[in-house]
Write a protein that binds this ligand. Structure first.
Ligand code: SDX
Length: 393
């Protein structure tokens, strides 16, 4: 899987940009972060190290990793006044609505890192964004369940800190289960970047106008929210619950193949992968690890998911359309087992994808030939014509 790649000319002719960050071979089911296969990084690395790799292009030395980790840790707190934004939302607001609003507001608090022409300010903004996403996400969760916010701690790793901010309560101490935080860390690595997907392209287009990085990330969060994109993990779990039992799988397979039925198998298919999404394989393994650690391996929805996958992979329609499970197919079951409600699943996706959004935004801003994005169109409207007064229409 390593070595020189030859791009498919057809693909490059529609390419929106050049990038050194992530490589996908959709036909072969290959995903590389800065040349490293995703399954190796998920197996052997961790969030902070992979974040450093995506931002800087190389795996860090021990000293580089320590300094990067310290910088991120020092930015995990948020301005005390930022809390006021949460109180403006109804308690039943979707956490993604809160994320779009609060992240968009960050530029109003951190004026010293919004000048994108200053490399130092860009670096601080990048570290601030990656560091504060878990705190903001955990606060969105706590707000939605009516519990007090929990502050970040400097003695916990990135993912354990996030889990504690979500699940600790003042009444008693919270011990993070290392097996579970390691599985979530792996899940974050899988979600960090994915080339020019809809939300990353949104961040790039917003950033190409010179908008500040916090506003660009808020635009990415808004795009990721859609059920065809980042919202698919929540939609996939809801679908598995609607199916409910392996006996009902054929009924849903039939619906997925019916062109007159808008139903799609959530967590299946991909615009680029026409083979198995390499992340889905790692996701399925992480799912089993979490359910085993929690002693719920016989979780009914896992049986439904595995049987649905088995049937779909043998079905000639799905084989012909090259539809395979994608990253979202097993993530919902896993995230719910970890204790997160379904409306937090896309928030976790956004938390991890912030690393890729920031890496791609930085790459674009640092490109000396970068210009404002201006997609063109094919005009199919009315031919030129003259105005007519209203009494002649
Ligand atoms: C993510 O871009 C990225 O990289 C995204 C992402 C990332 O990391 O950023 O990977 C994250 O968004 C993963 C995808 C999550 N979405 C879902 O799981 C929702 C369910 N999937 C479908 O909505 C769909 O597969 C899409 C939106 C993901 C892709 O749709 P496309 O571009 O139409 O796929 P396609 O052109 O390859 O479809 C081929 C055919 C089509 O039928 P025909 O027009 O040829 O008759 O297969 C059909 C599609 O209608 N099809 C499906 C299907 N997905 C595609 N039929 C049933 N069930 C499905 N899930």
């Amino acid at each position: 899987q390593t070595g020189a790649f030859t791009f498919d000319p057809g693909y490059t002719s529609t390419a929106s940009c050049e990038s050194k960050i992530t490589y996908i071979d959709g036909d072969e089911g290959v995903l590389l972060y800065r040349g490293y296969p995703i399954d190796q990084l998920a197996e052997h690395s961790n969030f902070i190290e992979v974040a450093y790799l995506l931002l800087n292009g190389e795996l860090p030395t021990k000293d580089e990793k320590t300094r990067f980790d310290h910088s991120i840790t020092m930015h995990t707190m948020v301005h005390e006044q930022l809390k006021n934004f949460y109180n403006g939302f109804r308690r039943d607001a979707h956490p993604m609505a809160i994320m779009v609003g609060v992240v968009g507001a960050l530029s109003a608090f951190y004026h010293d890192s919004t000048d994108i022409t200053d490399p130092k300010q860009r670096l601080v903004a990048s570290h601030r964004m990656i560091a504060k996403m878990p705190t903001i996400a955990a606060m969105a969760y706590k707000y939605s369940i009516g519990q007090a916010f929990v502050f970040p701690r400097n003695d916990l790793d990135y993912t354990s800190n996030f889990m504690r901010m979500c699940f600790a309560v003042q009444a008693e101490e919270f011990e993070v289960n290392p097996v579970l935080s390691s599985a979530l860390d792996k899940i974050f690595i899988l979600h960090m970047d994915h080339e020019q997907n809809a939300s990353t392209s949104t961040v790039r287009l917003a950033g190409s106008s010179g908008a500040n990085p916090f506003a660009c990330i808020a635009a990415g969060i808004a795009s990721l929210w859609g059920p065809a994109h980042g919202g698919a993990n929540e939609a996939a779990l809801n679908m598995l619950e609607e199916i409910g039992d392996v006996e009902r799988i054929p009924e849903f397979i039939k619906r997925a193949k019916d062109k007159n039925d808008p139903f799609r198998l959530m967590g299946f298919g991909h615009r680029v992968y026409k083979n198995y999404d390499p992340r889905a394989k790692v996701m399925r393994k992480a799912c089993h690890e979490v359910l085993d650690a929690l002693g719920v391996r016989n979780e009914p929805l896992l049986q439904v998911a595995m049987e649905l996958e088995r049937i779909a992979l043998e079905d000639e329609y799905f084989v012909e359309k090259k539809l395979y499970p994608n990253i979202d197919f097993y993530s919902g079951i896993t995230l719910r087992a970890l204790g997160f409600p379904t409306d937090m699943f896309t928030v976790l996706f956004a938390l991890a994808r912030t690393v890729g959004w920031i890496a791609q935004w930085s790459e674009m801003i640092e490109d000396p030939n970068q210009k404002i994005g201006r997609p063109r169109q094919i005009y199919t409207g009315a031919p030129a014509r003259n105005y007519t007064a209203i009494d002649q229409r």
